[in-house]
Design a protein around this ligand. Structure first.
Ligand code: ZN
Length: 463
């Protein structure tokens, strides 16, 4: 649930309802010291603090405050400055973003406890000369809140977050921002020959949608097109997934959700760029209507796709979305998808995998990933891999076409999408499967993380 936490800056603490934050704690769990009417929340910090740990400090503060039932916090900014984490405005922004992220919990389906939820109501930053810090905090809060709205969409069960509802969410999120949202239905997609999206959606009673968001932060100039996988539930289709882990597949539209809220955030931050968001939204289900292993689909591009496995559906719908993107003559196209479990096998849960042939873009993404706390790691996209996704009876195959189809799964998923991205001057695919859900040690509530909005927004600003 998105919270209404207030973050304000003032010269001094208001009253004793605020617990002071101290970094001098010795207890790993964080503890509260009570002296008369004054409470102090003590946090233990690592001895040497790098930027990565810096992003966790604000989360730690909120996490332990909630655990101890504290609702109002006062943070002495001088103590933060003494930690020498980096440039003041950058630190203020990262603190605000992560205060918001840590204060989030998905409670929409839970009964409110008698004593109420333990959300933080207010954080007071004690600082002099506050204008600069206030600006950064406001920006950070805006980013954090948008990330939390994205987490709401991802965490909502698929029975309620259908392609139609996802499209409605995009429209609602864009209200008042000037973003134009159009939603294509089945009929529109048939006319445009988007057979790849339609094929994947065939098995479900929930009909597919194709969501188009257009934000014109400037009148002219070529846009950046963000394309997010919107599989609202991925059962695997006829190539059905094992039961273990299947409930997590309600979040298989996390790439799409992140694109929706990145475009909205770009508008809210007034980024001077044209940004287009495209989200092919489908439900991948087994039924008598489903597309089958062995089927050959003629994609919107004209290229044919041989379906080896109906669970490799994300890349199929992205093929049409990328072809659709060509009409915008983009300067950059970014694919965002919970594409492969293989990316999680390769990198664990701490970094998303990314793929690009553009070395300058590679450096920018790596750098902004570190700065934003949205960690990414490049995997290869060498030409040699192309031979492994050639179709036998079609142009391309949706999984590896030779012995052990499991090898290089994340790379071949990227290589497949690349077949539909060759007309773009610059292109990157981010496989966010590793970062879809929070790890236990990052002081976030379990479930969706809202990745990679923090990275995408910086990319839009810096590219
Ligand atoms: Zn799948």
């Amino acid at each position: 649930m998105a919270t209404n936490m207030k973050i304000s800056v003032a010269g001094r603490i208001k009253d004793e309802s605020f617990a002071k934050v101290s970094f001098k704690g010795k207890n790993e769990e964080g503890c509260v010291i009570v002296e008369g009417k004054n409470r102090t929340l003590e946090i233990k910090l690592p001895e040497k603090i790098n930027w990565r740990q810096a992003t966790l400090i604000p989360r730690q503060i909120v996490f332990f405050a909630k655990k101890n039932g504290i609702k109002k916090l006062a943070l002495d900014w001088t103590a933060v400055k003494d930690l020498k984490l980096g440039e003041e405005s950058a630190v203020a922004e990262i603190f605000a973003v992560n205060f918001e992220m840590a204060n989030y919990e998905f409670v929409a389906y839970k009964e409110t406890p008698k004593e109420g939820w333990k959300f933080i109501e207010e954080i007071l930053i004690i600082a002099d000369g506050k204008a600069e810090i206030e600006k950064s905090i406001k920006r950070g809060q805006l980013i954090g809140k948008e990330i939390n709205s994205c987490r709401d969409i991802s965490n909502t069960p698929s029975g309620e977050m259908t392609p139609e509802v996802l499209a409605k969410n995009a429209q609602d999120a864009a209200k008042g921002t000037g973003i134009k949202v159009s939603v294509l239905g089945e009929g529109d997609m048939k006319k445009m020959k988007m057979e790849a999206v339609l094929a994947v959606g065939k098995g479900s009673r929930q009909k597919p949608r194709f969501i188009v968001m257009e934000y014109n932060g400037e009148k002219k100039g070529k846009p950046v097109v963000l394309i997010g996988k919107g599989v609202t539930f991925d059962s695997g289709g006829i190539s059905i997934k094992p039961a273990d882990g299947m409930p997590e597949m309600i979040m298989d539209m996390s790439g799409g959700a992140s694109v929706i809220h990145t475009v909205v955030l770009a508008a809210k931050l007034g980024i001077k760029k044209r940004v287009i968001g495209l989200i092919p939204a489908v439900e991948n289900m087994p039924s008598g209507e489903s597309y089958r292993p062995g089927d050959i689909i003629r994609s919107m591009s004209g290229k044919t796709i041989e379906v080896e496995n109906t669970d490799a559906e994300g890349r199929i719908i992205l093929a049409d979305a990328n072809t659709y993107a060509e009409k915008y003559e983009p300067e950059l196209v970014v694919n965002v998808a919970t594409l492969t479990g293989a990316a999680v096998v390769a990198l664990g849960e701490r970094a998303s995998a990314f793929f690009t042939k553009d070395d300058k873009l590679k450096d920018l993404i790596s750098e902004e990933g570190e700065k934003s706390g949205e960690y990414v790691w490049q995997l290869p996209l060498w030409d040699e891999y192309e031979a492994e996704i050639k179709g036998r009876n079609a142009d391309v195959c949706n999984t590896r076409n030779r012995a052990n189809s499991r090898y290089g799964g994340s790379i071949l998923g990227a290589m497949f999408i690349y077949q539909f991205s060759k007309n773009f001057p610059s292109w990157v695919h981010i496989d966010i499967a590793p970062r879809m859900t929070a790890t236990q040690d990052e002081f976030l509530s379990a479930g969706a993380t809202g990745t990679p909005i923090r990275l995408l927004i910086r990319l839009l600003e810096k590219y």
